[in-house]
Design a protein around this ligand. Structure first.
Ligand SMILES: Nc1nc2c(ncn2[C@@H]2O[C@H](COP(=O)(O)OP(=O)(O)OP(=O)(O)O)[C@@H](O)[C@H]2O)c(=O)[nH]1
Ligand SMILES: [Mg+2]
Length: 332
C-alpha cells in the first residue's frame, strides 16, 4: 500500500531544495543523506533517453517526465520520477509492495495532471499540495481496487455491487469509531486517535460491499474533503449531538460540502451521534431533533434524498438502521 508521496523542487542545489510530503512529513531537508541518495540514484539510473510520452500526452509545451525508477534507501521502498530534470516526485510504499505494479498509473497520473493543457505551475505551493493529494488518493484507490484486490472485493466488483460511502464531519464526532464498529463489532473508548488522512475501509454488508471513505475531521484537513467526494454513491454526515458548542462549526462544514455542486442528487444520511450522552426520553429526543433541524437548516437540503438518525456508536443505538438506511437511500 502506498504510504506517502513527496516532491523535491530544485534538485540541482540541495541548499535551496524545497520538500513537500503527504500525508506525513516523512522527509525533510535534515535528512541530507536520504535526500542525496534519492537524487543520486536517480541521476545514476538515468539512461540517455527514457522520457515517456504516452499518446494521451502529446501536447505542446509539455513537461518532460522520466520513466520512474525504484530504489530502496534507508529502509524506504521508494519509486521516483523526475520532471524536467529538476523536480522529483516520489512514492513511498510498504516493504512488501512492488512499485512496478504502479508504473503505468504513476506515469499516467503525472501526465494527466501536469500536461492537461491548463498550464500547471510548480511555483504555487497550493498547486503542489493539490498535485500530491490528488495523486495520493488516486494511487491509493488503484492500490486498493486493483493491486491488492482481495477475492472478496473482486467478487463484488464482478457483481457491480460496490458502493463508495463518503463519511465526513468535524473531528471527534465518532466517524472512525463507527467504521471500526462495523468492521470489528467493537467500540473502544480508549481509541481516540484523530484520523490524519483519507482512510478507506471495505465493509461487507448484506446489501453489498461498502468502501467507506473516512475523512479526517480536524480543521487543517477539511479543505481536502472535496478531493475525496468524486464518485461517491452516498454522503454520510456525522455530527456530535452532545457538543452544541461546536454546532456552528459543524454547520459551516456541512453546508460547504452540500453547496459544492460536486455531487448533485447523491443521497445523504445525517447521523446525530453520541445520543448516549444526551440521555433523554423519546419526547425530549424529538425536541432535540427539531432544534437540530432548525439550527442546521436541514429544510434547505434540495435535490437529493436524505434522512436523519440519532446514533450511538458506544451503545450500538441505531447502528443496524444506519447500514439499512444507507442501502435504502442508495436504492431509491
Ligand atoms: N459517548 C460516546 N463517545 C463516542 C461515540 N462515538 C465515538 N465516541 C468517542 O468520540 C471520540 C472521537 O471518536 P473518533 O471516532 O476518533 O472521531 P472522528 O470523527 O473519527 O474524529 P477525526 O478522525 O478527528 O475526524 C472517541 O473518544 C470515541 O471513543 C458515541 O456514540 N458515544
Ligand atoms: Mg477519524
Amino acid at each position: 500500500m502506498l504510504r506517502d508521496i513527496f516532491l523535491f523542487k530544485g534538485k540541482k542545489d540541495l541548499e535551496d531544495l524545497n520538500i513537500y510530503c503527504y500525508p506525513k512529513e516523512i522527509i525533510n531537508t535534515n535528512n541530507k543523506t536520504l535526500v542525496n541518495n534519492i537524487i543520486k540514484g536517480h541521476d545514476q539510473e538515468k539512461i540517455t533517453d527514457n522520457e515517456i510520452t504516452p499518446s494521451s500526452c502529446e501536447t505542446a509545451n509539455h513537461f518532460k517526465i522520466d520513466t520512474p525508477i525504484a530504489q530502496y534507501i534507508n529502509d524506504f521502498n521508494i519509486y521516483t520520477s523526475c520532471i524536467n530534470e529538476e523536480i522529483i516526485v516520489g512514492l513511498i510504499f510498504e516493504d512488501e509492495d512492488n512499485p512496478y505494479d504502479y508504473k503505468e498509473i504513476f506515469e499516467e497520473l503525472l501526465c494527466e495532471l501536469l500536461n492537461n493543457g491548463n498550464g500547471y505551475s510548480f511555483d504555487e505551493e497550493m498547486e503542489i499540495d493539490n498535485l500530491l493529494i490528488s495523486m495520493f488518493i488516486d494511487l491509493r484507490r488503484y492500490g486498493d481496487e486493483v493491486v491488492e484486490k482481495t477475492p472478496e472485493i473482486e467478487h463484488y466488483f464482478q457483481r457491480d455491487a460496490f458502493f463508495k460511502v463518503f463519511l465526513f464531519g468535524i473531528d471527534n464526532s465518532g466517524k472512525s469509531s463507527l467504521v471500526r464498529l462495523l468492521k470489528t463489532g467493537e467500540f473502544n473508548e480508549n481509541f481516540f486517535t484523530p484520523t490524519r488522512k483519507f482512510e478507506i475501509e471495505y465493509i461487507e454488508e448484506y446489501g453489498g460491499l461498502l468502501a467507506i471513505w473516512d475523512m479526517p475531521g480536524q480543521l487543517g484537513f477539511r479543505s481536502r474533503w472535496l478531493k475525496g467526494l468524486q464518485d461517491s454513491n452516498i454522503l454520510v454526515y456525522m455530527l456530535d449531538i452532545a457538543n452544541q458548542r461546536r454546532f456552528e462549526e459543524a454547520k459551516k462544514e456541512f453546508w460547504n460540502i452540500l453547496n459544492s455542486n460536486e455531487l448533485d442528487a447523491v443521497p445523504l444520511l445525517i447521523l446525530g451521534n453520541k445520543s448516549d450522552l444526551v440521555k433523554q426520553s423519546d419526547a425530549q429526543l424529538q425536541n432535540l431533533r427539531e432544534e437540530v433541524f432548525n439550527y442546521f437548516e436541514f429544510d434547505r437540503i434540495k435535490n437529493r434524498d436524505w434522512k436523519f438518525l440519532f446514533t450511538s456508536v458506544k451503545t450500538n443505538h441505531n447502528i443496524e438502521s444506519t447500514v439499512q438506511t444507507i442501502f435504502d437511500l442508495m436504492a431509491d
